[in-house]
Design a protein around this ligand. Structure first.
Ligand SMILES: [Zn+2]
Length: 553
């Protein structure tokens, strides 16, 4: 059989149904040639085969994260922007101190840019305001994005540059928050902050290339072998492509372009390429749209009752329903899988209406349309997801990292926030996404969170009925991740003929106490049969790699 390599004496959790647990695999040409017991597999060896003895270590298929904003996250690191996220910043004062320090080191008028703050994790439990920032940075415009990505706070100098005053109306799909006297507070929600972001100084031309390298290095060290990078720009796609051509992109990536308007959909359709274009390393994934806002910004589109304490806040819808359907149909007719961000149940219904109409109009058999997040997933919503066979890009780590936001929507809704077990019971396919930089890119946080569903601040278990077994949680990151990406014949489980993407970990994740799941360390990662990462004394102590397990940004 002439294998390139034989990996033996391991504890392989294959995630495949035929041979769930084996001890060895044989690899040839980047794929799995055979799988089974040590003795059988040794027959695949020839004199040139490399033999690796795992000494009993546990092996899993490479993990898949179907929803990241990896470029956005990595560009922030490359750019050196302020990390004002938990746990580095635990109070408004901590954030202010960071801004003061940065302001003291740069020239007057230069921008201060940062991201990652979360009012729910700040001691004061409130938004940062323009006035907080003005006190330490009167001359330098400041722009600090919230961890949710759905709002930003800016100071008075920035508002002035953007010519936002008390007389500026709220844009469609956005909110300029105002105080009792009608003055802007500095908080800009959803479509209200991109015009300010557009004033930020331009990034160096190679930023996306450098970010792609960084993403690949960090992801494979944490056990991810495939990610989907969502809502990325043409410059970011170019960054991935350049990094791939120059040999720096070891990680497999599906790139999801953005559709923010009907014109965007027409442009994308006009390119003549579609979902799946590329190779097994770098390809186009789904086309991404937004239906509503974010929980942290209190802009998700919900049915009554409104957000706690805000009598007429039922959130925002970014599209008129007929426009959304038009954009969906243009992209789907051109061969694009669709994925649409919808967190509130009202937004999810709007998207499902549109998906149903498009599937019918185009007579699509297996389009695998996706709802991104599906945060408030009530029994009524789940019934529709199941009937329409619409997939869910779920976010297991949200329960831990941002579960404190759920209660803003009332306790009845907490029960249906980011469910997982009921998806399995209702035959709905969910795959997992970190949504980095909303939560860390480290997938072990998500697997752990799916199993325990503990919330960070209160330490309470949220909707305990929705907890998964470890094996069920692993499915979200393997088999289901592959299915969502139309890659179930290539990856997601260790089976003959599939890509040899697998990871060796430092403990048996199926038998350790559940609180240890978040502490799993990856000893070695293989992509296409090649070892692409190996833990060493040096990189196990590297705070940059360790950071993946601690920080949101
Ligand atoms: Zn996202």
């Amino acid at each position: 059989m002439d294998a390139d390599a034989i990996i033996r004496n391991g504890h392989f959790i294959t995630m495949g149904s035929a041979t769930p647990s084996v001890t060895a695999i044989a690899i040839r040409d980047g794929k799995i040639l055979a799988i089974g017991g040590d003795k059988v597999i040794s027959e695949c060896a020839s004199s040139r085969s490399r033999i690796v003895d795992l000494q009993g270590s546990t092996v899993l298929p490479g993990l898949i994260d179907v929803h990241t904003h990896a470029m956005e996250w990595a560009e922030g690191i490359v750019r050196g922007q302020l990390d004002v996220g938990y746990p580095g910043a635990r109070s408004v004062n901590d954030v202010i101190a960071m801004v003061r320090e940065r302001a003291s080191r740069i020239a007057r008028g230069q921008w201060i840019r940062g991201a990652g703050w979360d009012d729910a994790k700040l001691a004061e439990h409130r938004y940062i305001t323009r006035k907080d920032l003005d006190a330490v940075s009167p001359e330098n415009p400041v722009y600090l994005e919230h961890v949710s990505g759905h709002l930003a706070v800016v100071n008075s100098a920035a508002l002035k540059l953007a010519t936002i005053t008390r007389d500026t109306p709220d844009p469609q799909g956005g909110v300029i928050e105002r105080d009792a006297s009608g003055e802007p507070t500095g908080i800009l929600k959803d479509t209200a902050f991109p015009p300010v972001a557009a004033l930020l100084p331009p990034d160096p031309p190679d930023i996306a290339f450098r970010a792609a390298k960084l993403i690949s290095e960090r992801a494979i060290a944490l056990g991810l072998t495939t990610i989907h990078d969502i809502y990325i720009s043409p410059a970011e796609m170019r960054g991935y492509q350049n990094a791939y051509q120059e040999g720096f992109l070891k990680l497999r990536v599906q790139m999801s372009p953005r559709i923010g308007s009907i014109e965007d959909a027409e442009k994308l359709a006009g390119m003549g390429v579609h979902t799946g274009f590329g190779d097994d390393h770098l390809k186009f994934g789904a086309a991404k749209m937004f239906a509503d806002g974010g929980m942290g910004a209190r802009t998700i589109a919900i049915y009554p009752p409104p957000v706690a304490g805000e009598v007429d806040n039922f959130g925002v819808l970014r599209w008129k329903p007929e426009d959304m359907q038009k954009a969906h149909q243009i992209a789907a007719a051109a061969g694009w899988q669709l994925e649409t961000h919808a967190i509130g149940d009202r937004a999810i219904d709007e998207v499902l209406d549109s998906y149903a109409a498009v599937m019918k109009a185009l007579n699509l058999r297996d389009p695998r349309f996706r709802i991104v997040h599906a945060g408030i997933s009530t029994p009524a919503i789940q019934k529709r997801l199941s009937e329409l066979h619409v997939l869910v890009d779920g976010n297991p780590p949200f329960v831990y990292w941002i579960g404190s936001w759920f209660a803003k929507y009332g306790l009845e809704r907490v029960r249906w926030c980011y469910p997982a077990k009921s998806y399995i019971e209702n035959g709905i396919i969910e795959a997992a996404g970190s949504d980095v930089p909303v939560t860390p890119i480290n997938p072990w946080w998500g697997i752990w969170s799916a199993v325990v569903r503990k919330e960070l601040i209160s330490n309470q278990v949220l909707a305990p009925e929705e907890r998964l077994t470890v094996l069920e949680a692993l499915r979200l990151y393997t088999v289901n991740g592959a299915y969502v990406g139309f890659e179930e014949n290539e990856k997601g489980s260790l089976e003959v003929g599939k890509l040899a993407d697998f990871i060796i970990i430092d403990r048996d994740v199926l038998s350790v106490p559940s609180d240890q799941i978040k502490d799993v360390r990856v000893l070695e990662s293989y992509i296409g049969g090649k070892s692409v990462y190996k833990m060493s004394a040096v990189n196990s102590a590297d705070p940059k790699i360790a950071e993946g397990r601690q920080k949101g940004r």
